[in-house]
Design a protein around this ligand. Structure first.
Ligand code: GLA
Length: 344
């Protein structure tokens, strides 16, 4: 196991660090304390050849430009809150509006754009880094000082563990997620339409044109959203207006459960995602449009990567029928996720 950090810049008076975690099989994760971001993930194919399977940039400075949350930690509230407001214990809170009238991924300066403290962790079977950030009361409109931790841990079983912990001093809403864009063929190589995807969910949350849930929960059966059995991402994508950008209702009920499996036939890479969260956003990279040049100057076109974001349902603060995202003083917010890599 190897853990290494290097300082790459100073920004807003703080050191920006790149952190490398490497396991015994050469699987390597590169992280950054700006946004508690996963920059790269080098994973072997069936011949043992490593490729970086996440979209992103080579330098810290590029992350400050146009960046659709590549590899970022998203919070305080991943996904959308309709009308950028909610009422909690009789009081209305107005959040930053950063997608029309709505609030997306924590607002204008969400967790993806703040600088986290870094602590490296290493033992004989795993290499990890702990990121810590204290989000002040009122930040982006949210109540409460929120003390947050993101832990990334790489194990010798080729698993990347991502856990989130948070505590507050006032009632608030929390929903933290991970926003890597994966391409199991290797980033920048091709689109993800020939990846085979399986999502272990039989229902999804219906959304309106602004991607805000209507409150209705529908069966996937008979729709192009049905991935209960493995299907190619591209097979029915033309039937989904705008492409896939949907929250699936997982059946794990808070226990760590297999949520999705993705296979890329040419490289043989297989990824499994396990989560304790009740929902999973499947986003097929619809808004990528060739205007972003990523690692090695490669152009990221539409469908260059896909995201699988374990989360609570979008707009839960305004949907009392959804699993609650309220966090109260004295309680601990916990979310645990595993991305596991194999070949077939
Ligand atoms: C999430 C959303 C998408 C999009 C991306 C970022 O996955 O669900 O609609 O906003 O983030 O571009």
């Amino acid at each position: 196991m190897k853990v290494e950090e290097k300082k790459v810049a100073v920004y807003e008076g703080k050191d920006i660090k790149f952190i490398e975690l490497e396991n015994a099989h050469g699987l390597k994760a590169v992280l950054m304390n700006y946004g508690a971001t996963l920059i790269s993930l080098f994973v072997p194919d069936r011949k043992g050849q490593l490729a970086d399977i996440t979209l992103g940039f080579d330098t810290f400075e590029e992350y400050l430009g146009k960046n659709p949350y590549f590899g970022a930690t998203v919070g305080r509230y991943a996904n959308r809150i309709g009308g950028a407001k909610f009422v909690l214990e009789g009081k209305e809170y107005r959040l930053a509006k950063n997608e029309g009238e709505n609030h997306l991924h924590g607002g204008i300066k969400g967790f993806d754009k703040v600088i986290w403290d870094v602590q490296l962790k290493e033992n004989s079977h795993s290499a990890g880094v702990n990121f810590h950030y204290l989000s002040p009361d009122g930040e982006e409109g949210y109540p409460g000082n929120l003390d947050c931790q993101v832990n990334y841990l790489l194990t010798d079983d080729n698993e990347l563990h991502i856990s989130y912990l948070a505590a507050t001093d006032k009632p608030t809403h929390v929903n933290i997620s991970h926003h890597s864009y994966f391409n199991l063929a290797g980033e920048g190589k091709s689109h993800i339409l020939e990846h085979e995807l399986q999502i272990f969910a039989s229902k999804f949350t219906v959304v309106d044109r602004q991607l805000i849930p209507t409150g209705e929960i529908k069966e996937v059966g008979g729709t192009p959203l049905d991935f209960r059995l493995p299907r190619l991402i591209g097979e029915r994508i033309a039937k989904v207006e705008g492409g896939y950008d949907h929250n699936y209702v997982l059946e794990g009920l808070g226990a760590l459960s297999l949520a999705a499996r993705v296979f890329e036939p040419v490289s043989g890479r297989l990824m499994e995602l396990y989560t304790t969260e009740p929902g999973l956003q499947f986003y097929s990279g619809n808004f990528l449009d060739g205007t972003i040049k990523g690692k090695g100057g490669q152009v990221y076109d539409k469908y260059a990567g896909f995201c699988l974001e374990p989360q609570h349902f979008p707009d839960s603060p305004n949907k009392p029928q959804f699993p609650s995202t309220i966090l109260k003083p004295g309680e601990n917010y916990k979310s645990f996720n595993i991305f596991k890599f194999m070949t077939k």
